[in-house]
Design a protein around this ligand. Structure first.
Ligand SMILES: N[C@@H](CCC(=O)N[C@@H](CS)C(=O)NCC(=O)O)C(=O)O
Length: 216
């Protein structure tokens, strides 16, 4: 069984969506960020960077295996089950490049802008470069999705990594991206959101034991 340490945020949802996609048995441990539970020594043993998500796999091929960082968790689970990350070649390189793009670009940019917009009286000199960066990334996303159904052509862990942040911020993107078409992005969001595993993975974490479900 796998333990998932998480909280209902776009980073946490990447791991829960992937676990649902794999059909692996897991149970969830809610790490209440509002109460600073991420600093508790028990959690720091699993995730020394004091951030969710993290997993502990009690059936790892080398024994008990803990993994933190959402991108590392996506790769670990993809390799464990052989899904959503091609094993070699061009398709693998493409999935990994878009995964890194999502993890290092989209997540931090939307996370920072979302955080800034929740502050009162923010200085435009701070806000405008953040908005420009999110608009730039959405332009890249829209361009790729106007050429291909998914980031690396086929649905992969790269899509999961970008999806949770883009769907979280979609309603705020309208003005930011006024000059570009978000239709390819909306088509992609709808297709991913229609997946039953994604719908289950987006539910807030419940600390219950899960039975395995077939991947869809
Ligand atoms: N690069 C990390 C980022 C994870 C992250 O920022 N997690 C946030 C919640 S979305 C967190 O746990 N914050 C708690 C803290 O910073 O103390 C990943 O992709 O897993």
């Amino acid at each position: 069984v796998i333990e998932l340490y998480t909280w209902p945020t776009p980073n946490g949802q990447k791991a829960s969506i992937m676990l649902e996609e794999t059909g692996l048995a897991y149970h969830t441990i809610a790490v209440d960020l509002g109460r600073e539970a991420q600093f508790q020594p028990e959690f720091l043993k699993v995730s020394p960077n004091n951030k969710i998500p993290a997993i502990v796999d009690y059936d790892g091929s080398d024994g008990v295996t803990s993994v933190f960082e959402s991108g590392a968790i996506l790769i670990y689970l993809a390799e464990k089950t052989g899904i959503l990350l091609p094993q070699r070649g061009l398709q693998r390189a493409s999935s990994i490049q878009w995964l890194f793009w999502a993890i290092s670009g989209v997540g931090p940019a939307i996370g920072r802008l979302g955080g800034a917009l929740s502050q009162p009286n923010l200085d435009p000199a701070v806000l405008v470069p953040m908005e420009k960066e999110v608009a730039r990334l959405m332009n890249v996303l829209s361009g790729q999705l106007s050429l291909f159904p998914f980031l690396a052509q086929e649905y992969s862990i790269a899509d999961i990594a970008a999806f949770t942040w883009v769907q979280y911020f979609r309603s705020s993107l309208k003005e930011l991206s006024a000059k570009q078409s978000l239709e390819p992005v909306d088509r992609w969001l709808r297709e991913i959101a229609a997946r039953p595993a994604v719908q289950r993975g987006l539910r807030p974490p419940k600390p219950v034991v899960r039975v395995p479900v077939a991947s869809s």
